[in-house]
Design a protein around this ligand. Structure first.
Ligand code: ZN
Length: 355
């Protein structure tokens, strides 16, 4: 894609960068629509940590046969849970340093797996941020969310399943409310303390307060969806309280018809089903589509029943075909022209599978 075209489209359609100068720092949020820069690849790498951890957890705790619908619920949750990756940049003796905070939205993995594999019925989807449409209509003063004490404990228990994090790349868990300057609220009826960018901010705050990282740094990060009002408020509070500039790139879920038509008319893009793809590489052009496809691929490679060597309870393999075709999905970071996210929409649920 021609950089000039991308720049024009980005500027024309997604110029709603929010910038608010505070006495402490500056908060800026950007919308990423096309797959520009490395945002998609970075978020894909964050997602892999959680997929791997969930695989370890299931291998240890859930060794029986389960109905296909439970596996499907697991796959949906792990594909759709919002993820965030916030870098804290700082200097030590003039040398640039960075600590990267990774978070997945929703309940801790242990709680998710428990509700999926032990629950009596199909579990609801985890807390997810509101859609952009919801955000536009938000005007609530919001009720402050209650601390989720049980979930904090459950999240702590999950620690040992995350083996790939280290001193530079750290996981941002649910944390107790204690003396945080940050508050999360209920937005659209959901407790936004579960949102990944909020978890990441809390983890950075903890490390600032305990001296793990020095003050005077800045935050640069990305999130797989649009930040809600609660998280935007938390970013502003963080910036004000700790004098830290915060810049967050949000992956916008869709593109306007006009912008899409313009890309197609330019010859650079075409539609494959409902997905906008590059005419030359056949690769999805929207960051949201690429990330979704990449996460589907991670799940297929690591977390699907087939990848884990499982069979379904009460059902021969042949009868359940919704995900069993070994479609090769590239990693975003591979950047080749092969592969693509699986087609949407998904196959309708089989009502006979019950719980
Ligand atoms: Zn939020």
């Amino acid at each position: 894609m021609r950089p000039a075209l991308i720049a024009t489209l980005s500027a024309a359609i997604f110029a709603s960068t929010i910038s608010s100068a505070c006495m402490g720092g500056v908060v800026e949020t950007d919308r990423i629509t096309l797959d520009e820069g490395n945002v998609t690849a970075l978020l894909e790498s964050t997602s892999q940590h959680y997929v791997d951890a969930m695989r370890s957890l299931i291998s240890e705790r859930y060794q029986d046969e389960y109905r296909a619908i439970r596996w499907e619920a697991l796959e949906n949750v792990m594909r759709d849970a919002p993820i965030a990756r916030l870098e804290y940049h700082f200097a030590v003796n003039g040398v640039a340093n960075v600590r990267v905070y990774h978070a997945m939205g929703g309940r801790p993995l242990g709680s998710l797996a428990k509700s999926i594999f032990e629950g009596p019925t199909r579990p609801g989807t985890p807390d997810t941020p509101a859609s952009p449409m919801d955000i536009e209509s938000e005007d609530e003063g919001s009720v402050r969310a209650l601390p989720a004490v049980d979930e904090v404990a459950a999240d702590l228990e999950d620690n040992r399943f995350y083996t790939e994090f280290d001193e530079i790349n750290v996981r941002a868990p649910m944390m107790a409310d204690d003396s945080s300057a940050l508050e999360a609220f209920l937005v659209e009826g959901e407790n936004r303390a579960f949102d990944p960018e909020f978890k990441a901010l809390r983890a950075i705050e903890r490390d600032l307060r305990t001296g793990v990282i020095p003050s005077g740094g800045r935050i640069q990060g990305s999130v797989s969806g649009m930040a809600c009002t609660s998280c935007k408020y938390a970013m502003k509070r963080f910036s004000d309280t700790y004098a830290v500039d915060v810049r967050l790139a949000q992956v916008f879920p869709s593109m306007s018809r006009h912008a899409q038509a313009e890309l197609i008319a330019s010859g650079r893009a075409r539609l494959r089903g409902t997905m906008l793809v590059d005419t030359v590489t056949d690769r999805p052009l929207l960051a949201a589509d690429l990330l979704r496809g990449a996460r589907e691929g991670q799940i297929r490679r690591s977390l699907s029943p087939r990848a884990m060597g499982r069979s379904f309870k009460g059902m021969p393999w042949a009868r359940r075909s919704f995900r069993l075709n070994p479609i090769r999905l590239q990693r975003v970071s591979e950047g080749s022209s092969e592969g693509s996210p699986p087609p949407r929409p998904r196959v309708p649920k089989d009502p006979a599978t019950g719980c």
